[in-house]
Write a protein that binds this ligand. Structure first.
Ligand code: HEM
Length: 442
């Protein structure tokens, strides 16, 4: 289908600001479409899509790889298109500044307007993830030293100790719910340690983070956006107290380094520091929890591969890349073309929203042989796009891989008889995809 120029089903211009949000859909009486037959459609409202998006991705990639969604954005599912978009200098990540707003009444547009006003008033700053060069280049240079692979490798003993402590407690009980007992506490404690954050309020912080990331969902409605705004204010108020205190009592943690960081006379402004700390805190655990959860589940569903990794430590350095490729925590992100771009015969206008589906690209048979099967020794697994690509490539990639590798290898070697002790449940999210509960026994 990509051989033909695409038009919206309603005959309007091609994709612009996504107008998909829960209330809009309700007003329009949106129903999950018949997505298994006929024309494939990217429908984030379809529970079957959210439960297992991969068959839907395959259908889109085969039949309509540059899909102009009726919801108003262009959905890319081929590896080549996704990779080119993430790396291309003609695309912006600054959605608030550059996406053309079609309907100022959507939840997403209203939230953007609120954020825009706050940025203009100097009350908040865009996070590094929402910036384009040269601002992005400046911030990334200031913060990247703490995340080099060698700096992260120094955390290995602490990560191992945390994993061992969690598994000691599980061993005493004789069973575990992996998400609450291991996959959440380890990354949460590591990012808290790194930043030198107290952990007494971890339950509240976990709730705020989960509520905040709800705003990333393509289905987010007004209530979700309002809840995200409240959570962001609560998390911000808490972090402001910690930052103010740290300014008075500097330590050897990352937060103290960020308060002092200076490069050619350049420093982080207070609002920049705050938004970076929020991003680190949220990205530091909301995603890695799902790599440990989804990865462990994938192994349990491929027992031969699990046994192979358990018995062969030479796989430790690379197997986690295949888990990221196979069922990664971040399924999609967006870019805004700053000029008209073409994918084959499809023209996408400047200012429209292009959704790059990372999970679909990482399952493209043009790049990965037998993509729907887990092969821990896949030679090119590290070409997955689970950490995106280009200038916004995940800053925490080394840390996430270290945490997941230590957690999963320790788990499967300590409990060789590991098995599912009940049906796993999935969190009802599409952008950040993760197992909600994973009961295990041995
Ligand atoms: C498995 C775990 C993780 C996954 C799958 C993941 C995925 C991603 C992806 C896809 C992006 C790029 C998004 C885009 O281009 O729109 C990103 C950016 C980022 N990630 Fe991660 N992430 C993970 C863990 C972490 C951790 C542990 C940290 C920090 C401690 C972190 C910090 C960041 C930051 C700061 C950025 C923004 C980089 C920039 O804009 O230059 N991430 N991550």
């Amino acid at each position: 289908m990509s051989g033909e120029p695409q038009a919206r089903p309603d005959g309007r211009a091609t994709a612009r600001e996504p107008d998909v949000d829960g209330e809009r859909a309700q007003r329009a009486g949106a129903q999950p479409p018949e997505s298994t037959v006929g024309v494939p459609i990217f429908n984030p409202f379809d529970p079957a899509f959210r439960a297992d998006p991969y068959p839907f991705y395959a259908q889109l990639r085969e039949q309509d790889p540059v899909h102009v969604s009726p919801f108003g954005f262009t959905v890319l599912t081929r590896y080549e298109d996704v990779s080119r978009t993430l790396r291309g200098a003609e695309f912006s990540r600054d959605v608030e500044a550059n996406a053309v707003v079609q309907d100022a009444d959507t939840a997403r547009a209203l939230r953007r307007e609120t954020l825009r006003r706050r940025y203009e008033a100097g009350e908040a700053a865009k996070s590094i993830l929402g910036l384009d060069p040269p601002d992005h280049t400046r911030l990334r240079r200031l913060v990247s030293l703490a995340f080099t692979p060698s700096a992260i490798e120094r955390l290995r003993p602490r990560v191992q100790q945390l994993v061992d402590d969690c598994l000691d407690r599980a061993a005493d009980r004789g069973s575990t719910e992996l998400v609450d007992d291991l996959a959440f506490p380890v990354p949460f404690q590591v990012i808290s340690d790194l930043l030198g954050m107290p952990t007494e309020r971890s339950d509240e912080i976990r709730d705020w983070s989960q509520t905040l990331t709800g705003a990333l969902e393509p289905t987010a409605d007004h209530a979700t956006m309002e809840a995200a705004e409240l959570a962001s204010q609560q998390l911000g108020a808490y972090l402001r107290e910690v930052i103010d205190d740290r300014r008075e009592h500097l330590g050897d943690d990352l937060l103290s380094q960020l308060l002092l960081v200076e490069d050619d006379g350049d420093r982080l402004l207070p609002a920049e520091l705050m938004s970076f700390v929020v991003l680190l805190y949220v990205a530091g655990h909301e995603t890695t929890v799902n790599l440990i959860g989804n990865g462990t589940l994938a192994l349990l569903r491929h027992p031969d591969e699990l046994a192979r990794w358990r018995d062969d430590p030479s796989l430790d350095a690379s197997a986690v890349d295949e888990l990221l490729r196979y069922d990664g925590p971040v399924q999609q992100t967006v870019r805004i073309p700053m000029q008209e771009v073409r994918y084959g015969d499809v023209t996408v206008p400047a200012g429209s929203t292009v959704m790059t589906v990372l999970g679909a690209a990482s399952h493209d048979p043009a790049m990965f042989d037998d993509p729907e099967t887990l092969h821990l020794d896949r030679p090119n697994a590290n070409r997955h796009l689970g950490f995106a690509a280009g200038i916004h490539y995940c800053l925490g990639a080394s840390l996430a891989k270290l945490e997941a590798t230590v957690a999963i290898t320790t788990l499967i070697r300590r409990f060789p008889g590991l098995e599912l002790a009940g049906e796993p449940s999935w969190r009802d999210r599409l952008t950040i995809r993760g197992v909600g509960h994973l009961p295990l026994s041995w």
